[in-house]
Design a protein around this ligand. Structure first.
Ligand code: PMV
Length: 348
């Protein structure tokens, strides 16, 4: 049966999408499939303490601490999440929870923590069920954790397990699902092993458009249908690229996806410009450097001004030198995070 109390800790990494998820239907169902690299250094660690209440209340009962301090402003988000997952975790109202969470990356660095944060919380909550049901298989646990994380934040379903993760129904990937992320089920060429993502913090403390507002803007967007089709096409092309290791073709898709994401925001109603002058400086310098050297460095962007600089392990030395010499001057106080492909969440 269910424990009367206990404590569990999970560390979940963030992830960076190559084909972007932008636009959703009801219940956090993505409008198009996406694929991402798991990150390693950027992660959220969450400890969940739980104690059975004498009588199950009508409300969710929890305290929330962020980096050691109570944080009331996050509580509404968590209540919403609890409400969405309650039918899949029917014991939620029987407990009082203490949620203590911290990020490996600096607070308000403009790095979104919703993916890693929701993944870590989903894993903690599901661990209570697993403890009560030791027969639950590892596969089921991983899949359900991803399913629950999706209900917190769509991209969080790609922060559970694996290095390359695919989310969203794709005709040519029979295992794929709109409900949870899966480990990319085909071989990935060694060119992508230990791939680097140096995150350039161009603009900290952002908050221009929340991703939920952004997803909503795809409803009635004049280019939405074409964009969703394009994502399917890019995923298909990536399939060949992951198999043959063609880095030039990889770069073309990844950069186009990032710019398309921003183009969607620039052409919605209302419209947004989330790049900063330094974002453009960095992009132009990457293009120049690539032209001069032929090295396989490219960028991607999330819904903000920070730049993720992606490059293979074999070119790490010269590319990182280029980043330090030419790109860091466009970051706030030279601030950047050296990340790379990781393998997923860990129970601590
Ligand atoms: O998970 P959400 O709802 O915060 O959306 C994330 C959207 C992007 O980061 C811009 C793209 C993606 O696929 O991660």
């Amino acid at each position: 049966g269910l424990a009367t109390g206990g404590k569990v800790t999970w560390k979940a990494p963030s992830n960076i999408a190559l084909v972007k998820y932008w636009g959703k239907k009801a219940n956090q169902i993505p409008a198009n499939p996406s694929i991402s690299f798991m990150l390693d250094a950027c992660a959220t660690t969450t400890t969940l303490s739980f104690e059975r209440k004498k009588t199950a209340g009508e409300e969710f009962s929890f305290d929330f601490y962020f980096e050691g301090k109570p944080k009331e402003s996050f509580k509404a988000k968590i209540s919403t999440f609890f409400g969405r997952v309650e039918s899949y975790l029917p014991f939620l109202k029987q407990y009082h929870f203490v949620i203590e969470t911290s990020n490996s990356f600096p607070h308000s660095s403009g790095i979104a923590s919703s993916a890693s944060g929701m993944a870590a919380l989903a894993l903690c909550l599901l661990s209570i069920e697993k403890e009560a049901d030791p027969a639950m298989s590892e596969d089921f646990f991983i899949r359900k954790a991803s399913f629950l994380a999706r209900l917190g934040s769509g991209s969080a379903c790609r922060s559970i397990e694996g290095d390359v993760i695919q989310w969203g129904e794709t005709p040519t990937i029979p295992e794929s699902s709109d409900l949870y992320g899966i480990k990319y089920p085909y071989p990935v060429h060694p060119n992508f092993k230990n791939f680097h993502d140096t995150i350039l913090l161009v603009h900290k403390g952002q908050k221009q458009v929340s991703s939920s507002v952004g997803h909503d803007l795809m409803h009635g967007h004049p280019f939405a249908e074409k964009r969703f089709q394009q994502a399917h096409g890019n995923l298909e092309r990536l399939k060949a690229i992951f198999s043959d290791g063609n880095l030039d073709a990889f770069i073309e898709i990844v950069e186009s996806e990032a710019l398309t994401l921003h183009a969607m925001m620039m052409t919605s109603q209302p419209y947004f410009m989330l790049m900063q002058p330094n974002t453009l400086e960095i992009i132009n310098k990457i293009w120049e450097y690539r032209k001069e050297t032929g090295r396989h460095v490219c960028f991607t962007l999330d819904a903000g001004a920070n730049v993720h600089v992606l490059y293979p392990e074999s070119e790490k030395k010269p590319v990182y030198q280029f980043i330090c010499e030419s790109l860091l001057q466009h970051c706030e106080n030279g601030h950047h995070i050296c990340d790379r492909i990781g393998f997923g969440a860990k129970k601590l």
